[in-house]
Design a protein around this ligand. Structure first.
Ligand code: NAP
Ligand code: ZN
Ligand code: ZN
Length: 355
């Protein structure tokens, strides 16, 4: 029998999220039912809840940095057991048969609708809109669950690894970041602070780019070797032509030339931020005169997400988080828009269950 669970939902792009309820399916043979303990607050939740991206269906329940405990499993589940701590990230399904899915890159599923997002996703078989982690419980195919081996006391700070962690890990790995590479991380928010920690742990020389002078000292503590306040032209010019790779996580439109200028010959800039309106068109001259490239990247596959979680557990890496109650979500969004969070809000789901 389907189950009604408490959730926080946006009913439109210009009204606040409010307490509501969503239906979760009865677990099928390959399904895992999860009691959600914590859920991180990604800027994508804000873009979606506010209707900043096309194709958003309401009611909308955001949340794709989910950690919780398994409460039931279907008869054919072998990956996890009742009582295990598990994570769910940005995907809950994909076609499983296309080249990308076969390569373990479900995030690039070539099926006409792509992968099924944890929220606002097209459900395979024509089911309803998917509802995310701002809810008391979720039911997910075992393939899209991740095993958590961090200590249980760190669970809230593990939640952001499920999106912010993998979204930075995947491009850093794809571009072979490691000892000997000079890497820039632009935008020290939820994604960016994980990018700094991960690039540092991979052995790179890391430069953090921020518009917030107040993050200068702390970015060093996160693992940056140098910090540049990107509004300062002299500080920027000192790094011209010196980077192997730059990962740009900024959530708002801005001038990309300022960063392509800093790449070495054959260097690459990856953008992962998805602003509501486009960046100004980049200057191709800067790219041509140095065989530089600008690319994109979306989250990461399930296998590489597990690899990242295991790497983080081994290296003692978690996110820097500020806990909030579910009913404080609107205030949290307002602070995120001012870049006033170091560095990720995480919702304590007990506060929803008690609502
Ligand atoms: P966030 O925590 O709000 O951080 C964004 C950071 O960007 C801010 O902390 C700020 O850093 C910088 N920033 C904000 N406005 C700026 C502006 N006008 N000019 C320059 N810098 C600015 O957001 P997030 O959760 O990390 O997400 C970042 C973006 O990635 C969002 O667009 C989100 O939707 C997207 N995203 C993409 C993927 C993917 O798979 N591609 C996955 C998750 C999220 P400083 O204070 O250091 O300047
Ligand atoms: Zn996200
Ligand atoms: Zn596929």
């Amino acid at each position: 029998m389907n189950m009604q669970v408490k959730a926080y939902a946006a009913q439109s792009g210009d009204t606040p999220l409010l307490l509501s309820a969503v239906e979760r399916r009865e677990p099928g043979p390959k399904d895992v039912a999860i009691d959600i303990l914590f859920c991180g607050v990604c800027h994508s939740d804000l873009h979606t809840a506010r209707g900043e991206w096309p194709g958003i269906q309401y009611p909308c329940v955001p949340g794709h940095e989910i950690v919780g405990r398994v409460t039931a499993v279907g008869g054919k589940v072998s990956k996890v057991s009742v009582g295990d701590l598990v994570g769910v990230g940005c995907m809950v399904d994909s076609c499983r048969t296309c080249h990308s899915c076969e390569d373990g890159l479900e995030q690039y599923c070539e099926y006409e609708h792509g992968f099924t997002g944890t929220y606002n996703g097209f459900a395979f078989g024509g089911g309803p809109n998917t509802f995310g982690g701002y809810s008391a419980a979720i039911v997910v195919d075992e393939h899209f669950t991740l095993k958590i081996t961090h200590a249980e006391k760190d669970l809230a700070a593990v939640a952001p690894l499920l999106c912010a962690g993998i979204t930075t890990w995947s491009p850093l790995r794809h571009h072979n970041v490691g000892p000997g590479s000079k890497v820039g991380i632009v935008g020290i928010g939820g994604l960016g602070h994980m990018g700094v920690k991960l690039a540092h742990a991979l052995g790179a020389h890391v430069v953090a780019f921020t518009t917030s002078p107040s993050k200068r000292e702390e970015a060093l503590k996160l693992g940056a070797d140098e910090v540049v306040v990107s509004k300062n032209a002299d500080e920027m010019a000192a790094h011209a032509g010196s980077f192997d790779y730059i990962l740009n996580t900024v959530s708002a439109p801005h001038d990309l030339d300022a960063f392509t200028m800093l790449l070495k010959r054959d260097g690459a800039l990856t953008v992962v931020g998805v602003p509501a309106t486009p960046h100004p068109s980049p200057n191709v001259g800067i790219l041509i005169m140095g065989r530089k490239s600008i690319g994109g990247s979306v989250i990461g596959g399930i296998a590489e997400t597990q690899e990242m979680l295991d790497f983080c557990a081994e290296h003692g890496i978690v996110a820097d988080v500020e806990m909030i109650a579910m009913h404080d979500i609107e205030a949290a969004y307002a602070r995120m828009l001012k870049s006033d969070i170091k560095y990720r809000f995480v919702i304590d789901m007990e506060t929803l269950k008690a609502a």
